[in-house]
Design a protein around this ligand. Sequence first.
Ligand SMILES: [Mg+2]
Length: 375
Amino acid sequence: MKIAAVNTYVLSADLETPFAYSQAWYATRMALIVEVVADHGLSGFGEVYGPPRPNRGVVEAYAPLLVGEDPFAIERHWQRLYNHLRDHGQRGLAIQALSGIDIALWDLKGKALGLPVHVLMGGPIRERVRAYATGLYRRDRPDHEAYLREEAASYVEAGFTAMKLKTGWGVAEDVRLTRALRDEIGGEVELMVDANHAYDAVDALAYVRKVEDLDIGWFEEPVAPEDYDGYREVKAGGTIPVAGGECSFTRYGFRRLLTERLVDIAQPDTCAAGGLSECKKIADMAQAFGVRYVPHCWGTGIARAAALQLLAVLPHNPPGLHATEPLLEFDMSEHPIRDAVTTEPIVQEDGFVRVPTGPGLGIEVDRATLERFRA
Ligand SMILES: [Mg+2]
């Protein structure tokens, strides 16, 4: 079997209700889907997290290195593609594009062998994963507390036992809304917060000191990803666990976060940090350094399936009869493509999601959707 083609699909969908996080407004959701086609017609799909159009250019730059090659030699391809752009891109687009190709190769291998990716990667260690709801974004309305309370209550109603609030709107405002949400959901449901690096260490710690009594599960991206000393200060200066890593890439990029223990929870995105191959390595590194691993996941059903295949093989950290289990980030914000791109949606039940057990990523991509949302 040889690789015959590498196809890309840039997808776009307008949103009914635009929403914002601390860095930008969203009026559309976009996706870059990668398809690796073998010469006998079988296809594997992957997804790239990051700006779709520039990333498509990088995938196209990698494609000639893959055509005519053995699709099963995934590790060889990873190293070759990484080395191809190493001098020009050890992070960002070069690695995001590589991630989508890597995931598509794993999907193709699994489909060719009739086995789910997590079995090929040594699993399963677990067959279902507890999900936390990502949502609680800003809308273009003045009554933030009212609609955030309503949305948080709807997640509890839907069975979620954990959820994440988007912060980074100013310390006083964040404190007020974090208190309101803790009040709304009660003490039993886990609450995490994510500033998307809106703060410096001074403001991040000012916020931490004012909400330390609220049992916050983690404070995600309190400071800019390049601000390693800021991470160190926020971690040392408060009692809320610090999470980060969705803007970090490969084992090399995570080395400092892990060796200097700058985060309590590492959050590589499977579709950005290097794909399934690399994220398994980062996860094993994290385990060796005693750092938890909860993948960042904010894409379509393909990204969600890839995260689940990885989650199925994440090592316990540490093992035990009551080991702490990793969580699946379950994005609940509006995304018209997310469930449409697979023939069967990936759903949560009572706050848990089953790891897909079909071949490859365990999903079937709906080709009509790829055409319908084509940008
Ligand atoms: Mg985040």
